[in-house]
Structures are given as structure tokens and as C-alpha cells.
Design a protein. Structure first.
Length: 395
């Protein structure tokens, strides 16, 4: 009997199995960055990041180049799950979508309550969930967490990342170049035209994707958007005559090819380059500064309240269903994990406070503190929450 493509695990489910390892690598990279930034190697660390390789500094190559590949993978996962996976129907999209909206709005409000006009530009810093960290923590819990909650968290984090990209495009973009924007739009049109024409080879898409990245980088819009647009143009259509059409579609081939390098190389390099905050020498007031508290409490309190509250409200109003076999306690524990805002929060920090080392340091302290406490509390709650589902259904 030949199994249908819906009987096989999605790429996202397979990705979840390796997230604990990728999350641990990212944690190690972040810890190493903190140690280096507060050691005699600090000056060399900063010198390397600011050294120019061609037209861009090492830091820019990482944040604008490598992270575009990260967003390419995120975009592929969004498209795959939206067309043929856990987000393929509106009922399945409703709960993570509503939860993601609440999980972005409430942290932003918490931040703005603690910050004046001078520092209000950082309102989006606590609004994003780090997919690698959050899924890494929940994967460490094994079958103590129902599969429905792992899928819910993955879908929420992906939608959350997409929302962060939109925020970056709308609120953290300046000095637009209309000719480059027009060129980028033309390339996007060609990419989607190739999709409609049935082009199934990957190399034409990747070649045009490189051109798109250059144009978007020059346009003033953040270059990571190029990765998302390229992902949406990659065909999911199977290759004709292939014995296993689903796994040989261009989207699946690229998605599986990117998982290991993104999880174990790109994101850890980003963490190593951006988590280094020099605590030694900072004024004591930085630990209780409005930016520090706004970011930290936004992640710890705002995320948990926003995700959990929006989820319960949507279930009570009949807009969505609770994740199968999950209790409210487990849902709240998962909402706490959404307060791990490492990668995207650091990313937005650089855009919100360009050139201001003190405000960046305060935001990074808030990110690290809020993410750490959120992760520990979420793990503890899920670790000891009483299971409300049969063990055989947790895998």
C-alpha cells in the first residue's frame, strides 16, 4: 500500500526532532559571546565584527547576509505548512495566529508603559519569539508535552517571525531607494512567473534570489526580506516522474538542505556576533533602566499574558480549539517559552538603537534576562505539569 503525502511527517515535524541540539549550540554560542565581551579579548572581538570584507563589515555580512538565509528557511516552513501541513486550514491557523498577535501586542504595550519618547523606538524588541531556542527547550521535554503543543509553538513562532519581518519593513526602514525597490519588485515578479511557468530547477531561483538580496540591501529595506520573498516563490509542486514527489519538490529539497547549516552554523554565528554585551563597566543604573525593564518584562510578562490570554479568549469565543490533549497549565508553560526572544530581539535592537552602545547594551541585558527566566519557568512548568493525555499520543 502506497502512503499518501499526508501520512508522512512534514519537514517541520522532522525539524523539531533536532531542535534541542540546535538550541543547545545556540545557547553555547550566546554564553561564549558574553564571556568574550567581558574578557581581555573584548577589543579583538569588536575589531573582528567591525572589520570590512568587501563592501560590508563582518557584522553586516552576518546580520544582513547569513540571516537572509535564516529567513529563507522560515519562509519555506511557512509556505510548506500553510499549503500542506499544520497551517493548511483556517481552523489550524486560527489559534497560533491569534496567539501570535496577542504575543506581539502585549509585550509592545508593556515596553511602552516603561519608556518615554526617547527610547520608545525599541517597542518591537520584546515582540518576537526565538524559534530555535523555544523549540529547543520544548524538545528537551520529550513526551511530557503533547505533540499538538509542539506544533502550536512552532506555528506561533513562525507566524511571530513573519510579523517581526513585517514590523522591520514598516517601522525600521529609512532612506528608501525607489530604483532599487523597483528592481527588487521586478525580480520578485520574475520569480513568481517562473513558479507559474512550472520551472522546477532550484538554481534559477537561487541565482535570482542573490540578485534580489543585493537590490533589497541597497533599497533601504532590510535585506532579510529577500529571503522571505524568495521562499514564497519556490515551488512545492513535485518533480514529474519522481518516485517520491513530495520529498523531491524544489521547496522540500531546499528546506531539508538548509536545516543543518541554519540551525548549527548560521544562527549560532549570529548569536556569537550579537549576544556579546559588556556588563563590566556599565553603570549600575543600566540594570534597572527603562529599556532593560521594558524588554525584560515585555518578554517575561508580556509574552506569557499575550499568548495565553489571546489563546484562552479565542477558545472561549469559539474561534479556535485547544491543542489536543493539552491542559491550560501546559498551554501557559508554552506561553512562557514564547518569552525567549533571543535572535529576532537582538536583531531589532540593532535597528532600533543604531550607534547607541548604551541603549543596545541595556536592551541586550533585558533580552538575555527575560529570555533566561522565561525559558527556565516555562521548562519547569511543563516538566512538572500533570499530563492530561495518553502517553501513546504524545509522540
Amino acid at each position: 500500500m502506497v502512503s499518501s503525502r499526508h501520512d508522512r511527517p512534514s519537514a517541520l515535524r522532522q525539524f523539531l526532532e533536532g531542535q534541542s541540539s540546535a538550541g543547545l549550540v545556540l545557547m553555547g554560542a550566546a554564553a561564549l559571546a558574553l564571556v568574550i565581551a567581558n574578557s581581555p579579548l573584548s577589543a579583538a572581538y569588536e575589531a573582528v565584527l567591525h572589520a570590512y570584507v568587501g563592501p560590508l563589515s563582518v557584522s553586516h555580512w552576518i546580520n544582513d547576509g547569513l540571516m537572509a538565509v535564516f529567513f529563507l528557511l522560515v519562509g519555506l516552513e511557512i509556505k510548506r505548512e500553510a499549503l500542506d501541513g499544520q497551517l493548511s486550514t483556517w481552523p489550524r491557523r486560527a489559534l497560533p495566529g491569534i496567539a501570535a498577535a496577542g504575543g506581539m501586542a502585549v509585550p509592545a504595550l508593556v515596553y511602552l508603559l516603561l519608556n518615554s519618547a526617547e527610547t520608545a523606538h525599541g517597542w518591537a524588541i520584546p515582540a518576537a519569539t526565538d524559534i530555535a531556542f523555544a523549540l529547543g527547550v520544548i524538545s528537551l521535554l520529550g513526551n511530557r508535552v503533547p505533540a499538538s503543543l509542539r506544533v502550536f509553538l512552532a506555528a506561533l513562532a513562525i507566524i511571530d517571525d513573519l510579523g517581526a519581518v513585517v514590523i522591520i519593513a514598516l517601522f525600521y526602514t529609512a532612506g528608501l531607494s525607489l530604483p532599487d525597490l523597483a528592481g527588487a519588485a521586478a525580480v520578485v515578479a520574475v520569480l513568481f512567473g517562473m513558479n507559474r511557468a512550472g520551472v522546477l530547477k532550484l538554481w534559477p531561483y537561487l541565482l535570482l534570489g542573490l540578485v534580489l538580496w543585493v537590490l533589497v540591501l541597497r533599497s533601504g529595506v532590510h535585506a532579510t526580506l529577500a529571503g522571505v520573498f524568495l521562499a514564497l516563490a519556490i515551488p512545492l509542486k513535485p518533480t514529474p516522474g519522481a518516485p517520491d514527489g513530495d520529498s523531491t519538490s524544489p521547496l522540500h529539497r531546499l528546506e531539508h538542505a538548509l536545516h543543518l547549516p541554519v540551525g548549527f552554523i548560521i544562527v549560532p554565528i549570529f548569536g556569537l556576533a550579537n549576544a556579546g554585551v559588556t556588563v563590566i563597566g556599565l553603570p549600575a543604573s543600566a540594570l534597572a533602566a527603562p529599556v532593560t525593564l521594558g524588554v525584560g518584562l515585555g518578554l517575561l510578562v508580556g509574552k506569557a499574558v499575550g499568548v495565553f490570554g489571546a489563546s484562552l479568549l479565542s477558545v472561549r469565543l469559539g474561534l479556535a480549539d485547544m491543542p489536543a490533549y493539552a491542559s491550560r497549565t501546559q498551554l501557559f508553560g508554552t506561553a512562557l517559552l514564547c518569552g525567549i526572544g533571543f535572535t529576532m530581539s537582538l536583531f531589532i535592537t540593532l535597528l532600533a538603537f543604531p550607534g547607541d552602545a548604551l541603549l543596545q547594551a541595556e536592551a541586550k541585558i533585558g533580552i538575555l534576562g527575560g529570555s533566561l527566566v522565561s525559558g527556565l519557568l516555562g521548562y519547569a512548568l511543563l516538566r512538572f505539569a500533570r499530563p492530561d493525555f495518553p502517553p501513546t499520543l504524545s509522540r
